[in-house]
Write a protein that binds this ligand. Structure first.
Ligand code: PLP
Length: 429
């Protein structure tokens, strides 16, 4: 698969290079030159397949020139080796697609684990690779678990000390082995700055085989296409007819993957781009003016992003397919409405969490009589235990993935936001 840089169209790379680079020149995102399509008859055939076989077919459609189907099947099997997406009935015309049954209890496991498979596959000379990434919580955990115990790879994750929840910290700072975690005495922005400085240090970059694992990597997006097909395969004929999918959005990677599933031929009638008070995109879609505000903290903190990275890909996709952006539904939900939505779901017998509750709320508001609605459950409620317990006035049990780590000691190092300190660590540890 060839991909071009959205900021610098002349730069064209293959899949392998795009995975290794992450971003192109001028920090531009990579986008496929060709957008493959399944013929209707192929589509019927793959919908009948099991999740792993079908996901191999989907990914192969993009990358068969570079990776054989047989090889890809093995990687997909390893990447998606946890409970597959589950579809849960909420009301007569609304279901939730639960994507949080992986090792770190959020949909990010799909993308991170497939990316880890690809990076390892591409490391043909078995050189030592150092994955360096900054996290404000969920991504770090998904990346750490994805690379855990893999040979020739060392993962270093920076996070702001005291600014992520104890549960989040326990999830990825208790692993040890090839996973090194460093709490930084500073903010998430300080962490990101340190990562950038490391990538700008060419000599360091080469000597330790530095690779980023951030959310704009094309391999993560491709992996996420697969669960939209899974959802569709689990639906009745009637549900498939007028399907509307509500996606809780932060960096808009999940929605990009959904739209890519539509370009592949999956007949999804409409998507709803759902945000919290960080509503740059909803305001843009209603006014045509791109005017990001300062980022606001909300109870759906994984969506607290005011300059979503993947938006450029979504615009390109609409442009390339000659779709009208006016057809993209959207909305934003305040914290107090999110709380009410969570309570309403609880009364319906379903324990959710703030991110999914936003999508449910907008789906309920916007769904037409003849339509069937699906909202994505992006994280396990236990990941937001305190918030959910307080709103619902109930107790949540911790799933095994969390319970088993709660009593383990934290193994993190701690440094000041000083690049020389980080550099020393990267060279010595
Ligand atoms: C990352 C995340 C999101 C946002 O997903 P994007 O692909 O960045 O739009 C939503 N919910 C949860 C729980 C997340 O962890």
């Amino acid at each position: 698969m060839q991909l071009y840089n959205l900021k610098h169209n002349q730069e064209e790379v293959n899949f392998e290079t795009a995975v290794k680079l992450g971003l192109g020149q001028q920090q531009g995102l990579f986008f496929p030159v060709k957008l493959p399509v399944f013929k209707p008859i192929e589509l019927l055939k793959i919908l009948e397949m099991d999740f792993i076989t079908r996901s191999t077919e989907i990914l192969s459609k993009f990358i068969h020139h570079e990776i054989s189907k047989k090889q890809l099947y093995k990687n997909v099997q390893k990447a998606f080796s946890f409970t597959h997406p589950l579809k849960v009935k909420i009301t007569q015309n609304i279901d939730c697609l639960e994507l949080f049954h992986g090792p770190t209890l959020a949909f990010k496991d799909f993308g991170a684990r497939f990316m880890a498979q690809m990076i390892m596959l591409m490391n043909r000379n078995h050189e030592t690779v150092t994955i360096l990434t900054a996290t404000s919580g969920d991504t770090g955990a998904a990346v750490a678990h994805a690379f855990y115990k893999m040979k020739n790879v060392r993962v270093i994750i920076l996070y702001p000390k005291g600014k992520i929840s104890i549960l989040q910290e326990k999830l990825f700072c208790t692993l040890g082995q090839n996973i090194k975690t460093i709490s930084i005495n500073g903010s998430f922005d300080d962490c990101q700055k340190l990562v950038k400085e490391a990538f700008n240090d060419k000599k360091l970059k080469e000597s330790i085989g530095l690779n980023s694992a951030n959310s704009i990597n094309i391999s993560r997006l491709l992996a996420q296409i697969c669960y939209y097909f899974e959802a569709f395969s689990l639906m009745s004929e009637k549900q498939r007819k007028n399907l509307v999918i509500a996606v809780p959005c932060g960096n808009f990677g999940n929605l990009t993957a959904g739209l890519l599933s539509k370009t592949l031929g999956l007949p999804i009638k409409a998507f709803i781009a759902c945000t919290n008070a960080n509503d740059t995109v909803p305001r843009f879609l209603s006014s045509g003016i791109w005017n990001p505000n300062k980022t606001i903290s909300t109870i759906s903190n994984a969506m607290d992003i005011s300059q979503p990275n993947n938006w450029a890909r979504i615009e390109e996709l609409f442009h390339r397919k000659k779709w009208n952006l006016k057809e993209l539904r959207f909305g934003s939900v305040s914290d107090s409405t999110t709380k009410n939505a969570l309570k309403e779901l609880f009364e319906l017998g379903y324990i959710s969490e703030p991110h999914a509750a936003i999508a449910y709320q907008l789906l309920k508001n916007q769904l037409k009589k003849e339509e069937f609605g699906l909202f994505l459950g992006t994280a396990h409620p236990a990941k937001f235990k305190n918030t959910v317990e307080e709103i619902l006035n109930t107790q949540l049990e911790l799933p095994d993935a969390l319970e088993s780590r709660m009593h383990l000691p934290l193994l993190s190092y701690n440094i000041n936001p000083d690049f020389q300190k980080l550099k020393k660590f990267l060279i010595e540890k």
